[in-house]
Design a protein around this ligand. Structure first.
Ligand code: MOS
Length: 693
């Protein structure tokens, strides 16, 4: 056995609770006198409600109330218009909520919702993405943070002068997050105090939003999320169901439970927007890139602007003296897109890495070698050195482990029976981000230690890793540390997003624990009966972090596929990834994040897609019977490794985030393997049999 310190494969602390069904998710919390709510989605894509008839719904046995824009409480101001539910008769997209039935039982609520009669005046809708859509505009920023356009050198001239040119358009479809636990809320009012059990990636944000919407001081709102059954970004911001549940609880005077029914999730919980991406790469005959342009076209809803930074990885990956990266967006009458695992990097690296594979073929250079030739010590756009850049090491180690050496580059020449086989690879990257956080560390009279911070464990193992960080900083075995996370009454901490959670919360936990250890050492005598407590805030530490370095994680992904030459069915045979992610804090939970990301990337390559129905104006695949996700049988062998990568410029643990990089590049590795197997370039995801026959 070990002390469960950093770097050891400690098992998830809540693992037993989860597998025995005692861990409580948002609607599992028992509350007295609880009722249930079921939302009513709009059946038009654009227009106005002309009347709502609730009589039949209210006549259903057990139905207590029907909320509509006519009787729902008025809400305060927030930035996110998707949360301003039941405030107006306008309909911005199909599936937007227009009413809510509340009843004594879930079944009665569902029957009540089905009996609400809504009449509309429909208007023509516009729901199909095209790069030449007349509404395309240049947003101020993308994903709230990144420069929309960047230009270095003279792309047009350098591209025109290049010996070898690739100019292709790649398309990614809308994708849905579909965490196992749907977006769900239990809302309980006690006088003017509101308690919400919420399935969220960040309780503080939910608290702040509810306080603003319901005109409450934040101290009167408690949001807890002790266990969360996945999120992938879709729970990074509050969703309409929490607002509806709180409204309904106020309206009925009873606690309310509301879990978004799976077929409604696609319309109200965000999705990865479809993209159209033109990539142009100009290189010399040896494959050295001189000109690189990545132009991204996507959409957002009319309610909210959200734009994935899909061209941003092209600013980071390869030496490219002349570069242009742009994003354009149009507003369609569609559900609002939002974060989904590696927003930006995931879509953007599919296009960039697929184009790199095409460049390798055009130059007759091995694709691993092509990446090595274009490796760079400084981030091309900023000119900053990387704090660490293990891309080359990942490429070499991955090629060795996968057995890449001696690969015959010719496409369509290997078969086993009726299966054509092929291999492919791509690179990965993801920024190493960090946000300010607070934490408290307490030495208790019992001899145990308590650590408190409002981190969220969405299934990643964050609770376990934070315990290890505290134990190491305190110099005690992890079994002596009790951790409290997932409640807005705890010291404030940022959202579990952008792969920044462990770096951000962990820094605060490390700081508090280290300060506590120092105080204990100075105390020299017995602890006071009340124990000893230290609180830490990393706002200044994060602000002081040197701006001189570019900080990113990197990786190399390898795939082997087999394609049925009669049916066009593609099967994954192997996925292998090697990642440079700083210091790995817990190899067991880290591996599960990386492997999970790779499986999601394989799923994106071969299975996942959502079709916009132009007539009804909504996504056609709205449940897990029609929206296909990879299951175990789709992923026979998947392995993740990492290189040793000490990096002093990150945070006190030396770690980079690992939640998202696993999905980045996987789809390009798979399409490059499909090309190698069949000779067919699939530039329009997912790979479908009809594209290969
Ligand atoms: Mo992740 S999409 O930043 O939660």
């Amino acid at each position: 056995m070990n002390g469960g310190g950093l770097g050891e494969p400690l098992a998830r602390l809540e693992g037993r609770e989860k597998v025995t069904g005692t861990a409580r998710y948002a609607v599992d919390h028992p509350v007295d006198g609880c009722c249930y709510a079921w939302p009513v989605p709009a059946t038009i894509a654009k227009g106005e409600i002309t009347s709502i008839d609730c009589a039949a719904a209210l006549a259903e046995p057990g139905v207590l109330a029907v909320l509509t824009h006519e009787n729902a409480p008025r809400l305060g101001e927030v930035d996110d218009a998707t949360l301003l539910v039941l405030q107006s008769p306008r309909v911005a997209h199909r599936g937007q909520y227009v009413a809510l039935a509340v009843a004594d039982s879930l079944e009665a609520a569902r029957a009540g919702a089905g009996a609400v009669r809504v009449d509309y005046r429909a208007e023509p809708h516009d729901v199909v993405l095209r790069a030449d859509h007349p509404g395309m505009y240049k947003p101020d920023k993308v994903n709230g943070l990144y420069a929309t356009d960047r230009e270095r050198g003279d792309f047009d001239a350098a591209y025109a002068d290049s010996a070898v040119c690739v100019d292709e358009v790649y398309r990614t479809p809308a994708l849905h997050n579909h965490p196992m636990e749907p977006h769900a809320t239990t809302a309980v009012w006690a006088g003017d105090r509101l308690r919400v059990y919420e399935s969220t990636q960040g309780a503080d944000w939910v608290r702040e939003t509810l306080a603003a919407l319901f005109a409450l001081p934040e101290e009167q709102v408690t949001v807890s999320c002790e266990h969360v059954g996945g999120g992938f970004g879709s729970k990074g911001t509050p969703r309409p169901q929490v607002v509806l549940a709180v409204m309904a609880a106020r309206h009925t005077g009873r606690p309310v439970k509301l879990a978004v029914p799976r077929p409604q999730m696609a319309a109200v919980t965000g999705h990865r927007a479809a993209t159209e991406q033109r990539v142009r790469i100009g290189a010399d005959a040896e494959g050295r890139i001189s000109a690189l342009a990545h132009e991204v076209y996507t959409y957002s809803s009319t309610l909210r602007e959200f734009v994935e930074q899909a061209a941003v990885p092209a600013r980071i990956m390869y030496a490219s003296p002349h570069s242009r990266t742009t994003h354009r967006v149009t507003r369609l009458d569609v559900p609002s897109p939002s974060w989904m695992r590696a927003p930006g990097e995931c879509s953007g690296m599919f296009a960039l890495e697929a184009a790199m594979d095409e460049l390798a073929v055009a130059c007759r250079i091995d694709p691993v070698e092509l990446r090595l030739r274009n490796d760079t010590d400084t981030e091309p756009d900023s000119g900053h050195p990387f704090s660490s850049r293990g891309l080359a090491a990942c490429l070499r180690d991955g090629a060795r482990r996968f057995g890449w050496a001696g690969r015959d580059p010719r496409p369509g020449v290997r078969s086993e029976g009726r299966w054509l086989t092929g291999t492919g690879m791509a690179a990965s990257c993801y920024p190493a981000q960090v946000a300010p956080s607070q934490a408290e560390a307490v030495a208790e009279a019992s001899g145990r230690f308590r650590v408190r911070t409002n981190a969220t464990d969405i299934g990643t193992g964050a609770r376990t890793v934070l315990t290890q960080i505290a134990a190491e900083a305190l110099g005690v075995p992890s079994q002596l540390v009790d951790i409290e996370i997932g409640c807005s009454d705890l010291p404030p901490a940022p959202v579990a997003g952008g792969s920044s959670g462990t770096a951000s919360w962990g820094w605060a936990v490390h700081k508090a624990a280290q300060a506590l250890a120092k105080e204990l050492a100075e105390l020299g005598g017995p602890l006071p009966e009340t124990g000893l407590s230290v609180r830490a805030d990393t706002a200044q530490d994060v602000a002081d972090r040197s701006q001189r370095y570019a900080r990113h994680a990197f990786g190399a992904q390898f795939a082997e596929v087999a394609v049925d030459m009669d049916t066009g069915e593609t099967r994954l045979r192997r996925l292998l990834g090697v990642f440079a992610v700083g210091r790995v804090l817990n190899p067991r939970t880290a591996r599960s994040q990386l492997v999970g990301g790779m499986i999601m990337g394989g799923s994106m390559a071969l299975l996942e897609h959502s079709t916009m129905d132009p007539r009804f104006g909504d996504h056609a695949e709205r449940d897990l019977a029609s929206y296909h996700l990879a299951v175990c049988a789709d992923v026979p062998e998947v392995s993740a490794y990492w290189i040793d990568e000490p990096d002093e410029q990150l945070n006190p643990m030396g770690s980079k985030g690992i939640g998202e990089i696993g999905i980045v590049g996987t789809a390009a590795a798979v399409t490059s393997a499909v090309w190698h197997a069949t000779g067919v370039r699939v530039r329009d995801l997912p790979v479908r049999p009809e594209l290969l026959l």
